[in-house]
Design a protein around this ligand. Structure first.
Ligand code: CTP
Length: 431
């Protein structure tokens, strides 16, 4: 076995270590929109991880949720104005002491005030003082979000290094639907933790199409049974989430996945079998700039699918020994299609390797062999097995790319791992 850098034992995978593991001072800003009630879940989420939460609502936010609720949930006093706790110089100290500021929901008005650098209430003053990461989750009606005034203000904030999330699409306050919904609080919290852990998610992929396969494929045996695997689809969805937050147009080709929320700004094509997934990937990848095969694809399928339920003990008991045929290799096929010009020649193709290693060959060695065989540009190598990676919230491993050393990915949430993979892709795009 070659002398390679060892990753920590992945049986001990925990949510991302250090900065995202709690014990931080998180300032949660809440602006006056109907989604203010969702901030309560966000406060809970950070509190449950052991963070010290200070809630700073705007005056308008208190029309939707009372200060008592925010105080009870955060365990800290709540004020909106710079004239409270003047002896503690609160309008400066809160922002100075925060390890991160997370504002959810942020209304068009708050975003405008922040872009102007106003300091006319405690929240704006705190943001003006803060040198820590600031993450903003906007929520407003589609027209307000798309208004050039708001878009200019958002661009201004992003240019200054503030992370402004893409809002979700969906039902808004009235009967209308569209862009402008607040993402789920868990999504905001997980995304914020990725930024807090030191990973940049720049909004620089506008106009780029990203296609990502996720989850496991299933191969039918008969109307009630199938061959499948333990993949949850979480890594593919996390990649979609980060790619969408980078501003890309994202399509997820999803096999069997857990009931995962669809990331803001991504669309989903549902498939069942490997051949369905191949068809969808080939179609969607045709005009894509980044193609990622994160799915756990079934390598074999039954030679025939029974029309009615197969009976055990029947004279021709096919269940006792199944005849299988090999499925196409979607990833290899995509690389081939790029060579043939059916996919953009400059498209970047990313694969995964799920390996257990054995007595003779390590996980990384198997992954390096697979990287050569598949011909993709980047490969994320994971050690899999009982309780490792599949179905878990965390992952670890190595990112392989040609003519560079493997990048060690320390145990972290699948969003943190996704941010690292997409950082490597971003570097390649910028070359
Ligand atoms: N993959 C694919 N089509 C297949 C099998 C795998 O596109 N029929 C892709 C996976 O999505 C992943 C990569 O190939 O990006 C490696 O998948 P993995 O399951 O690790 O390896 P296999 O190619 O199936 O090889 P083996 O099971 O023998 O390790």
């Amino acid at each position: 076995m070659k002398d390679v850098q060892k990753i920590p034992d992945s049986s001990e995978l925990r949510p991302a270590p250090t900065k995202s593991a709690g014990g931080r001072r998180i300032l949660i800003g809440v602006a006056g929109g109907i989604a203010a009630y969702k901030a309560c879940h966000l406060i809970r989420d950070f509190k449950e991880r052991g963070d010290d939460v200070r809630v700073v609502p705007t005056e308008a936010a208190l029309n939707f949720v009372g200060a008592a609720t925010f105080e009870a949930l955060s365990g800290n006093p709540v004020s909106t104005t710079v004239f409270d706790a003047v002896d503690e110089v609160q309008h400066v100290s809160l922002g100075q002491q925060a390890d991160a500021v997370v504002i959810a929901p942020a209304t068009a008005d708050l975003i405008a005030r922040l872009a102007c650098g106003r300091a006319d209430d405690l929240l704006c003053a705190s943001v003006l003082v803060a040198t820590c990461p600031v993450i903003i989750a906007p929520a407003m009606h589609t027209e307000m979000w798309l208004n050039p005034a708001t878009q200019d203000n958002v661009a201004t904030l992003r240019r200054r290094g503030i992370t402004v999330m893409e809002p979700a699409h969906g039902r808004l306050t009235g009967t209308d639907t569209g862009a402008g919904r607040l993402p789920d609080p868990e999504q905001i919290a997980e995304f914020a933790r990725t930024i807090i852990a030191g990973h940049r998610v720049d909004h620089n992929w506008q106009g780029r199409k990203v296609v990502i396969s996720a989850g496991g494929t299933q191969e039918n045996l008969d109307p009630v049974r199938y061959l499948g695997n333990r993949s949850s689809g979480r890594q593919g969805f996390a990649l979609a989430e980060i790619a969408a937050q980078r501003g890309a147009d994202v399509t997820i080709v999803a096999g069997n996945t857990e009931a995962l929320p669809i990331p803001s700004g991504a669309s989903v094509v549902r498939v069942t079998s490997t051949r369905d997934m191949q068809e969808a990937m080939n179609r969607e990848a045709a005009d894509a700039d980044i193609i990622i095969m994160a799915a756990a694809v079934a390598d074999y399928r039954p030679a025939s699918v029974a029309d009615s339920k197969m009976k055990k003990g029947a004279a021709d008991d096919d269940l006792a020994s199944l005849e299988l045929v090999e499925n196409p290799d979607i990833l290899k096929g995509l690389v081939q299609r790029r060579e043939n010009g059916e996919i953009k020649r400059e498209a970047i193709i990313v694969g995964f390797a799920a390996e257990t290693g054995d007595e003779t060959t390590s996980v990384l060695e198997y992954a390096q062999q697979k990287f050569k065989k598949k011909g993709c540009d980047v490969l994320m190598a994971n050690e899999v097995g009982e309780g490792k990676v599949f179905g878990q919230a965390t992952s670890a491993g190595w990112i392989l790319r040609r003519s560079s050393d493997p990048v060690v990915v320390a145990p972290g949430s699948k969003q943190v791992v996704a941010a690292q993979i997409l950082d490597v892709v971003n570097e390649m795009l910028e070359k």
